[in-house]
Design a protein around this ligand. Structure first.
Ligand code: ABN
Length: 172
C-alpha cells in the first residue's frame, strides 16, 4: 500500500514538474508576496465617523457663556474676540500654563476635560465676560483656582486678552 502511495505521489510530482517551470513558480510566489505587501497600503477609513448630527453632539453657541465647554471659564470668551473656542485671536498667543475643568456635554452624555488657556499679548478684549467657575476654589488654593492671569509666564508678557475652552480629553 505504502509503495503504491509513494509511486502515486512521485508520478504527481513529476507530472507537476513537467507542467510548471521554475520561473513560473517563482513568478506566482512573487505575485502572492507583492499582493500581501500592498494590502496594508490600501486606503482605509481611520478614526470615528463624523456624527450624523453635529449640532446634537456639540450643542450650543460658543459665543454664549451657557455653551457647555465654558463650564469653568473665568474671563472673556475668545469666540467673541476674533478667535474661536480653540484658537487665539490674531496678535495673541495661548498661555502655556492653564486652568483645567471637567464639563458635561449634553449632546453625547460624556464628560470632557477642558483646558482654559488665556490668550496673551494684547489688552483685555472686553466682550462676552463669562464667569461660570464650576469647581473653582478660592485664590488661597492656587492649584484649584481659576482666578489667575495665566499670561504671567508667557513670552508675550502679561497682557491678558481672552480665554479659550479647549477639549483635551474625555473624563473617565
Ligand atoms: N484666567 C483668566 C483671568 C485673567 C486675568 C485675571 C483673572 C482671570
Amino acid at each position: 500500500m505504502a509503495q503504491r502511495l509513494d509511486a502515486w505521489v512521485e508520478r504527481m510530482a513529476r507530472d507537476l514538474a513537467r507542467r510548471a517551470s521554475r520561473r513560473r513558480f517563482l513568478g506566482s510566489v512573487g505575485a502572492v508576496l507583492f499582493g500581501a505587501a500592498t494590502v496594508p497600503l490600501l486606503p482605509v477609513a481611520r478614526g470615528a465617523p463624523p456624527p450624523a448630527d453635529p449640532t446634537r453632539a456639540d450643542p450650543g453657541d460658543p459665543q454664549t457663556c451657557e455653551y457647555w465647554r465654558h463650564c469653568a471659564v473665568d474671563g472673556f470668551l475668545c469666540s467673541c474676540c476674533g478667535g474661536s473656542i480653540h484658537s487665539c485671536p490674531p496678535g495673541t498667543e495661548p498661555s502655556a500654563v492653564t486652568w483645567v475643568g471637567t464639563c458635561h456635554n449634553p449632546g453625547d452624555g460624556h464628560d470632557y476635560i477642558v483646558s482654559y488657556n488665556d490668550c496673551c499679548g494684547k489688552s483685555e478684549c472686553g466682550r462676552c465676560l463669562c464667569t461660570r467657575n464650576e469647581n473653582d476654589k478660592p485664590l488661597y488654593m492656587p492649584f484649584a483656582s481659576n482666578d489667575y492671569n495665566w499670561c504671567a509666564g508667557s513670552q508675550s508678557g502679561i497682557g491678558y486678552h481672552c480665554t479659550l475652552s479647549r477639549i483635551v480629553g474625555v473624563a473617565k
